[in-house]
Write a protein that binds this ligand. Structure first.
Ligand SMILES: [Fe+2]
Ligand SMILES: [Fe+2]
Length: 542
């Protein structure tokens, strides 16, 4: 209901939204709305609080993400970019206006603003400490950059025709460059990767497509855009080289780095640390809680082991696809080396996951048989479209990464073997996801329009199906423990939180697709039909 309220408010504004509009959109009576929220003001404040929580989660993800201060600053600026079309900014700007009259909204919006500034200041300070940035007063720089972002957001949303997206990004990029001691031209920048990829996608879209050559732009502009094209290509290449180097510097081998035979790492099916917690909604259901501790532990272990089995099957398809992609790469291609690093790491993950499954002693099956047969087409996708293949890659890796990160954050004491495996996996997957995202950012804007449209149509279908495969409850587990159909339906199928989990698990890929131009009114409808569209949450400003 709160999500629907956010959508209606973003569309109509706080001042023009009636409770009747929200009730109609949510398919409930006004009486029910007032029963839950008592007053309109309270409903608005709670709806805004909901959007704020989504954004706080996104900020926390940036804060906890692996990578250099440059990487994290880039992620933060993308998250806050006024150039990404989003209903989040409209809601936010409207909330600022209402905050002058509403104490609750003022408190919430001030808290989120402060959180965003604290995060940026911390990143800048970390960058100064390690020599990536040169900035004498990170606090003042933070205020200036956010003031610029906020001001540009108001301009671009209040007067949409005044500034192009590209211009907005160039303004922010240039300001960040000079504030952090980097000249604007990437060739002179201390970190050549920083600014070309800081906000690289929309601003140089037209430049990449060569439109500058057909327009009567001044020669200085044309020259600058040519520089940006070169900078963009060299930045992409630099990212791949950095990922390849990181794969050599920091990687794990399952049979060397995991003490499988340490008594503490022994897998006991009845260990209470396997019991499901809040991350899996079955863990809070009365049916589950009424089982004996041993059964609860076995169900939890079954769930973990199945996720690993499906993960290794997906990664098996992924490895074969990567090798099919690499087979055709020309000599000198930087992607070749990185793809081989990734394939090697995925081979280690497969061994690590299978060893875990073996040690559970449970009869774990992975994907259902028919699905497993259909999935055999996946390794051949690169022969049709490498862009589609990397959407498939993100479709599997993002939901796994999402669930594993949530597991580590749930505040429970985990079995040390589970925790070690998850930590290794998250660390190496961050590189794989980064490569897929950079590949798509580099390639998609240069695709012919009809291929981009086809990719935009296929992407939500692939992502919606894959998120469900990755998050669905295992059938053998349901049968083995005789979990009643009504419980399965209640917990996994007709549960708004389960649907939200599916939407959240593809959140980062959805934002990427929006950024690289794969979402338009037609394809957005497909995202909605697949149940993975989030109207209010993506990219709400800080
Ligand atoms: Fe993996
Ligand atoms: Fe991976």
């Amino acid at each position: 209901m709160l999500k629907t309220a956010c959508e209606v408010i973003a569309e109509q504004g706080f001042g023009h939204t009636r409770t009747l509009d929200i009730a109609r959109a949510a398919g409930v009576s006004q009486a029910l709305l007032f029963y839950h929220f008592e007053t309109k003001e309270r409903l608005f404040a709670m709806a805004f609080g909901y959007a704020a929580r989504q954004h706080l989660n996104a900020l926390t993800d940036v804060e906890q993400s692996a990578g250099t201060p440059t990487d994290r600053l880039r992620s933060l600026l993308r998250l806050c970019s006024p150039a990404i079309p989003t209903e989040g900014w409209r809601l936010w700007i409207d909330a600022w206006s209402e905050a002058m009259r509403s104490t609750e909204l003022e408190e919430t919006s001030r808290r989120i603003d402060a959180r965003g500034r604290t995060l940026m200041r911390g990143i800048i300070e970390a960058g100064v400490a390690c020599g990536e940035f040169d900035c004498p007063d990170p606090d003042s720089t933070t205020w200036r950059l956010f003031a610029l972002i906020d001001g540009l957001a108001v301009q671009t949303h209040a007067h949409p025709k005044v500034l192009s997206r590209r211009r907005v990004n160039v303004l922010i990029r240039s300001a960040a460059a000079s504030e952090l001691g980097c000249p604007r031209r990437s060739s002179e920048c201390r970190d050549p990767h920083l600014f070309p990829v800081l906000l690289d996608s929309p601003y140089n879209y037209w430049a990449r497509r060569g439109v500058h050559a057909m327009t009567s732009a001044p020669s200085s502009t044309a020259a600058r855009e040519r520089d940006e094209q070169v900078a963009s290509r060299s930045a992409y290449r630099a990212v791949i080289e950095r990922l390849s180097k990181a794969s050599v510097d920091k990687h794990w081998e399952p049979y060397r780095d995991i003490p499988w035979d340490d008594p503490e790492f022994h897998v006991d099916q009845t260990d209470p640390r396997w019991e499901l917690a809040g991350v899996d909604r079955l863990g809070g259901h009365p049916w589950y809680l009424s089982r004996s501790p041993e059964v609860r532990a076995r169900i939890g272990l079954w769930r973990v082991a199945t996720a690993m089995k499906i993960g290794l099957q997906f990664e098996n398809l992924l490895k074969r696809g990567l090798l099919n992609y690499a087979y055709r790469l020309p000599n000198g291609s930087p992607e070749f080396r990185y793809v081989y690093h990734e394939t090697t790491e995925e081979a280690h993950h497969g061994m690590m996951f299978q060893e875990f499954v073996n040690r559970t002693g449970l009869p774990i099956r992975g994907m259902p048989g028919p699905l497993s047969v259909v999935a055999q087409v996946a390794p051949w996708i690169p022969l049709i479209s490498t862009e589609l293949f990397f959407i498939f890659v993100l479709g599997g890796e993002d939901p796994i990464d999402h669930v594993q990160r949530r597991l580590l954050k749930d505040g429970r004491v985990h079995h040390p073997l589970e925790e070690t495996i998850i930590r290794i996996h998250i660390a190496e997957e961050a590189r794989h996801i980064s490569f897929a995202r950079h590949y798509l950012r580099n390639r998609v804007p240069r695709m012919p329009a009809y291929r981009r449209l086809l990719l935009g149509i296929a992407s939500p279908i692939i992502l919606g199906v894959m998120a469900r495969i990755m998050l669905a409850p295992p059938g053998p587990m349901i049968r083995r423990f005789r979990i009643p159909a009504s419980v399965v339906t209640e917990v996994y199928l007709r549960n708004p939180a389960a649907r939200q989990e599916i939407r959240d698990s593809v959140g980062k890929t959805r934002e990427l697709c929006a950024e690289i131009g794969l979402i338009n009114p037609l394809t957005r409808r497909i995202w909605q039909v697949m149940g993975i569209w989030e109207a209010a949450a993506p990219s709400a400003p800080r």
